[in-house]
Design a protein around this ligand. Structure first.
Ligand code: PHE
Length: 437
């Protein structure tokens, strides 16, 4: 083990937040919140984040730091001789599979950033904007070209290492992302329909609080914090002992929530100002918004900012996914970081080609990871920490920075009983919804 570490607390938080803040925050969260009861959805989202996702983040960080290994070796190192290693291997495979289709979507964000700066989308009619999207998303060659650009950028950062790559670039990109979102928020709140948009987004609507809304809140919170695929475990090994894991998890979750929440506050005023139905699904970001930007004063600048933001969010998430695979190769085959990065990137590229050529493959990868592998991975982690490790070991790890971890008993209770049950419920529900769809 080379013992690579993050060099500062802000760096570690920026890297983990970089993973957490992704397409899920900017595109999915606002849309789901608007559909699932506004403020009430937010209430459940925050509740689940505090009671379930933050403890999960703490568990993942702890396993990584306690073992000092990437996710694929961590469980084995903590409980030698068992079959626990399978949990880590599954996490790594989940990251790998997600990466192969996530890169394609990230590629679209790069294309849209370039197109916005180049003014290629300005002055187009609604239909033409829709054609641009179907052009880039259904043409495998173009998807692949932009995906290669993303893979190249992500590999460049990961190859440079934990401190001089991942940490360094996260510390630049994450503040930039916040700055962009604030600028956009100001512009958005000055639009004519802003109040109406915010009302749709945030108005508590009890009639929309269904079981589905509640499952959505938990699932979204998990996905958004990149839980269940070994990322936070792998990053945990890079967090120095002097840093409190509880505080770190809470900060990452807060930043992640802030970006999600503010994205909604940017998007809904735009959507309402231009009289568009707020439930557009995937097309919202790539079709509806460019149309809106085309009609807005200073829309082109706004558009360039927006897609740049989306690209940064996507790329920092891809960095964390690739790192899981690279750390595994480095550790298991004793090869250097650069070589591991090349091997991992080529493998991801090949799987990406399959996704680009076949929407069915793309879909299966997405559904299997989201509905099966991620929940199973999270369940295995929480059971391992709750029942497979002596509580004292966990407590010592959480107090390694010399400060007491005051809510340890309540957290252990959640980890042992409540969280496994909650994950089992979303797992069964997600599987049922997917198979019956
Ligand atoms: N957390 C990211 C988001 O909110 C998504 C993600 C999932 C990133 C899996 C990395 C791995 O979009």
């Amino acid at each position: 083990m080379s013992g690579e570490k993050f060099t500062s607390k802000t760096g570690a938080i920026a890297a983990a937040a970089g993973s957490a803040v992704g397409l899920g925050n900017v595109w999915r969260f606002p849309y789901v919140a608007g559909e699932d009861g506004g403020a009430i959805f937010l209430f459940f989202y925050v509740l689940f984040t505090v009671a379930i996702s933050i403890p999960m983040l703490i568990c993942e960080f702890s396993i990584g730091r306690m073992s000092g290994k990437p996710v694929t070796g961590a469980f084995q190192a903590l409980r030698p001789g068992g079959r626990w290693q399978a949990i880590g291997v599954m996490g790594m495979l989940t990251a790998f599979i997600i990466l192969s289709y996530y890169n394609i979507v990230s590629g679209w964000t790069v294309y849209y950033s370039v197109a916005s700066v180049g003014g290629w989308l300005s002055g187009l009619s609604g239909d033409e904007v829709a054609q641009v999207f179907s052009g880039v998303s259904s043409d495998p060659v173009r998807s692949l070209i932009w995906m290669c650009v993303v893979i190249g950028a992500v590999a460049f950062v990961v190859a440079k290492g934990v401190a001089s790559g991942i940490e360094k670039y996260s510390k630049i990109l994450m503040p930039l992302l916040f700055l962009l979102i604030i600028v956009m928020l100001v512009r958005s709140l000055f639009l004519d329909g802003a109040a109406e948009g915010l009302k749709f987004y945030l108005k508590p609507d009890v009639s929309k609080v269904t079981a589905k809304a509640i499952f959505d809140a938990l699932g979204q919170s998990f996905f958004s914090l990149s839980i269940g695929m070994g990322i936070m475990t792998t990053y945990g090994a890079y967090i120095p002992k002097s840093q409190g894991l509880g505080g770190m998890a809470a900060r990452v979750a807060m930043l992640d929530f802030l970006v999600a929440f503010l994205s909604g506050a940017v998007i809904f005023p735009c959507v309402f100002a231009f009289g568009i139905a707020p439930d557009e699904g995937p097309g919202l970001v790539f079709v509806t918004l460019p149309n809106i930007f085309n009609q807005m004063a200073f829309g082109q600048v706004f558009q360039a900012f927006f897609f740049f933001l989306l690209m940064v969010a996507a790329i920092t998430s891809s960095i964390s996914l690739l790192e899981v695979v690279v750390a595994f190769l480095k550790e298991s085959f004793a090869i250097g970081r650069k070589k591991s990065t090349v091997v991992a990137s080529v493998a991801v590229l090949l799987f990406g080609v399959a996704c680009a050529l076949s929407p069915a493959v793309f879909n299966v990868f997405d559904k299997v990871t989201a509905n099966v592998m991620m929940p199973l991975g999270a369940l295995a982690v929480v059971l391992f920490v709750g029942w497979g490790l002596p509580p004292k070991r966990l407590r010592d790890e959480l107090e390694a920075d010399g400060r007491p971890f005051r809510v340890f008993r309540s957290m252990l209770f959640m980890v042992r009983y409540v969280i496994p049950l909650a994950i089992a419920v979303i797992f069964v529900n997600g599987l049922y919804a997917w198979l019956c769809a």
